[in-house]
Design a protein around this ligand. Structure first.
Ligand SMILES: [Zn+2]
Ligand SMILES: [Zn+2]
Length: 332
């Protein structure tokens, strides 16, 4: 009997699907790429041809210019070489997909990055039972258990309302996290205008164009100190401690990231209000997903591979590490 998934080859720069002559999320330019989602460590410019969801293609066009793209909507199936390929929601960011590959009677799911909890800005993860589940393990340690998002948003609002002479400056990655924080704030009843850094403007507009309402957004640049008192300002993490933030009225510095679970990280970034809001699966989500899918094998792409591999082995699931390079997941 041949090895399961023998038609897939893994290289440090990505996953090569031989009978499709295509790469999944390659870190170097390739003639044909299947892209799970728009984050920079998965979607890079310069490929010959790109298959991705229409949302991911729009995000790539915004970041890298127009791609030679073939849009594949959720649930649509396309034939690439000798492989049936479909894109299924991953629940990570707008347009994010798991890529389902079927060939030689085997079904292999490349999940990209994913999470299982609710997110008002993207379609929820759809579980696809499969022979091989290729998963990330960014938060693949039992210490990583993300709290309820609503509780983190309430802490943010509580802090905002406790001193209306200050503003709360929230660091959030430009693709996904920033829009999710805004949408979660709206959901918790915060209807005030939210001020954004200029670097977030186009991505927020792209989300709105794809039917994700974000309420009234204003550019923070140009707003007076008085106007910003008692307001929420959202900026990319890099802007939290740089000159840009000096224009703000005595900001309470917050950061929305799964990494905020680690106290030293928050302290290192001078974050006064760490918000544990992640777009990646935590330990329970990773292990529950594997339990639910019951794959014969689990292949782990990046993150804390060791602990998840060990968990799989103790649950009688064959597991291995792929040792791919270039996936940062600092974006969370
Ligand atoms: Zn990602
Ligand atoms: Zn990633």
């Amino acid at each position: 009997m041949t090895r399961l998934g023998s038609w897939i080859e893994t290289f440090p720069e990505g996953i090569y699907v031989r009978p499709a002559d295509a790469w999944v999320d390659p870190s170097r330019p390739k003639p044909r790429a299947l892209i799970t989602h728009g984050h920079g460590d998965h979607a890079r410019g310069g490929h010959g041809a790109v298959l991705a969801t229409p949302e991911t293609l729009a995000i790539m066009a915004l970041r890298y210019g127009e791609q030679n793209g073939q849009p594949v909507g959720y649930g649509e199936a396309v034939r690439v070489g000798e492989v049936d390929v479909s894109f299924v929601p991953a629940g990570h960011v707008l347009g994010s997909a798991q890529i389902v590959l079927e060939h030689a009677g085997e079904k292999i799911v490349v999940s990209g990055d994913y999470k299982r909890r609710e997110d008002p800005t993207c379609h929820p993860f759809v579980p696809v039972p499969c022979d091989v589940f290729i998963t990330e393990a960014t938060f693949g340690l039992p210490v990583f258990r993300h709290p309820e998002t609503s509780g983190e948003i309430d802490r943010l609002l509580h802090r905002l309302h406790s001193d209306d002479s200050r503003c709360v400056l929230v660091g959030a990655y430009a693709l996904g996290k920033a829009q999710r924080v805004i949408a979660e704030l709206r959901r918790r009843g915060h209807e005030e205008p939210i001020y954004i850094h200029g670097a977030l403007e186009k991505m927020c507009a792209l989300y709105e164009d794809h039917g994700i309402p974000l309420g009234e957004l204003r550019l923070a640049t140009g707003a007076s100190k008085d106007e910003l008192r008692g307001k929420i300002v959202i900026a990319p993490p890099g802007a939290l401690n740089d000159r840009w933030s000096r224009r703000l009225p005595d900001p309470v510095t917050a950061m929305a990231s799964g990494w905020m679970r680690i106290r030293q990280r928050a302290r290192h970034a001078n974050v006064e209000l760490p918000l544990v809001i992640s777009d990646h699966a935590d330990w329970d989500e990773l292990t529950c997903t594997i339990r639910e899918l019951e794959p014969t094998e689990v292949w782990i792409t990046h993150g804390r591979e060791e602990a998840l591999k060990h968990w799989c082995l103790t649950h009688q699931i064959k597991a291995c590490e792929l040792n791919l390079v270039g996936y940062e997941d600092e974006e969370d």
